[in-house]
Design a binder for this molecule. Structure first.
Ligand code: ADP
Length: 393
């Protein structure tokens, strides 16, 4: 059965087509700069990458070209071969604790939840509607980035704020990157041959989050009400003292919008280093002795250690820790610094094994109290799996 896995952003649309249940990728690609000048798309078939210019006024144009490519490359002979389309949707609020077949009600709810994810849900919806119009016979499924975290207990998801803020306005921790944390959990369940493991899953990319998994279910996670909480990220500050916001508005004569924008676009690695949001540039800066890059990395590492240590204590015992995302999978130095900082928990890094990028690997020693792994994440396949499960054979 052929299924599409789709991730629509405000100016981009990523896709992969799978043959299921084999999970074989038939074609993948990304449309970029949708609605902007110089829009383009890249497709990958049989390991070959092809880049093309195209006038992409909106998501519908991207979907139209995607269908043309599927047909001309003989991936499908007719549109009816596409049985299902799984869409990544960032915010499912506390309404969805698992993936769901999209109908008019679901569309309305995703739209209503845009108040909680104004940058993401409207973009996800554009993708859903563009496919609905052009591939009407495929069953569409919404796979939420928040769903995996819905098993958190109240003491994890509530903030110590007036309770009515939660009951009236939905102010609570939702968590994000759930599709990735779910993938990491499922993978480690298989690796450990344990259906109910306690885990600490670290998704460290441009955005980052760490989750505590208790008996196979999400118990806590570092992202919160918004995707700017917890860890130090590429351009996001993560946890800060809320009093900084009115203080800096006053002192620097800034609007609330400008302050909020700086907290998510000019902070993190970029804010501290003053150079870049990209961990590779930070690593280069450190090699050249740049003090601000050294400091940015220290902040990043310290915050990650704090979260892992806190979750370790909350979980009581931990069956495995894993690293994923662009930094987690590729930055040897970052993994090393984090795990060395956890030495007092009996965690022992195998430096030679850690010398790895982008592949599954056990990176702790045999006598480490907790085994630590690199697990390349795969959000696309999770979307395809859920879609396959929901639409049946
Ligand atoms: P996003 O959250 O945008 O999906 P990614 O998971 O792609 O982000 O992660 C991007 C981050 O991964 C960047 O900081 C980038 O520098 C880092 N990264 C990618 N490859 C490497 C590498 N080889 N070494 C160190 N960091 C890397």
């Amino acid at each position: 059965m052929k299924l599409l896995s789709v991730n629509a952003g405000s100016s981009s649309l990523k896709f992969q087509m799978y043959e299921m249940p084999e999970e074989k990728v038939l074609i993948s690609g990304v449309f970029e700069r949708i609605g902007l000048n110089d829009s383009l798309y890249t497709i990958k078939i049989n390991g070959e990458k092809i880049k093309k210019q195209a006038n992409l006024k909106n998501h519908k144009d991207a979907v139209r070209i995607l269908i043309e490519e599927l047909l001309t490359n003989n991936i499908i002979k007719s549109l009816d071969e596409i049985k299902g389309i799984g869409h990544r949707v960032v915010h499912g609020g506390d309404k969805y604790s698992s993936s769901i077949i999209i109908n008019e009600d679901v569309i309305k709810t995703i739209e209503d939840l845009s108040t909680l994810a104004p940058l993401h849900n409207p973009a996800n919806l554009m993708g859903i509607l563009a496919f609905k119009e052009q591939v009407p016979n495929a069953i569409a499924v919404a796979v939420f980035d928040t769903a995996f975290h819905q098993t958190m207990p109240r003491e994890s998801y509530l903030y110590a704020l007036p309770y009515e803020w939660y009951t009236h306005y939905g102010v609570r921790r939702y968590g994000f990157h759930g599709i990735s944390h779910d993938y990491l959990t499922q993978t480690l369940k298989e690796v450990l041959k344990n259906d109910k493991p306690n885990l600490i899953t670290c998704h460290l990319g441009n955005g980052g989050s760490i989750s505590a998994i208790k008996e196979g279910l999400c118990y806590d996670t570092s992202l919160g009400f918004s995707p700017n909480a917890g860890l130090v990220m590429g351009t996001r500050c993560g946890d800060i003292d809320s009093a900084i916001i009115p203080y800096i508005m006053n002192k620097a004569d800034m609007s609330l919008e400008d302050v909020m924008s700086d907290l998510s676009k000019k902070s993190g690695y970029l804010g501290i280093s003053g150079i870049s949001s990209d961990s590779r540039d930070i690593e280069d800066g450190i090699k050249n002795g740049n003090d601000r890059c050294i400091l940015a990395q220290h902040l990043f590492i310290k915050r990650a250690i704090e979260y892992i240590a806190k979750y370790y204590v909350l979980l009581g015992n931990v069956d495995a820790i894993c690293f994923a995302g662009g930094i987690g999978e590729n930055s040897i130095e970052t993994r090393m610094a984090i795990l060395k900082g956890l030495k007092c928990l009996g965690i022992k890094l195998d430096e030679q094994a850690n010398n790895v990028r982008g592949e599954f690997k056990l990176i702790s020693t045999k006598d480490s109290k907790v085994p630590c792994y690199v697990v390349p994440t795969d959000e696309e396949v999770m979307i395809a799996r859920d879609t396959y499960k929901l639409i049946g054979q």
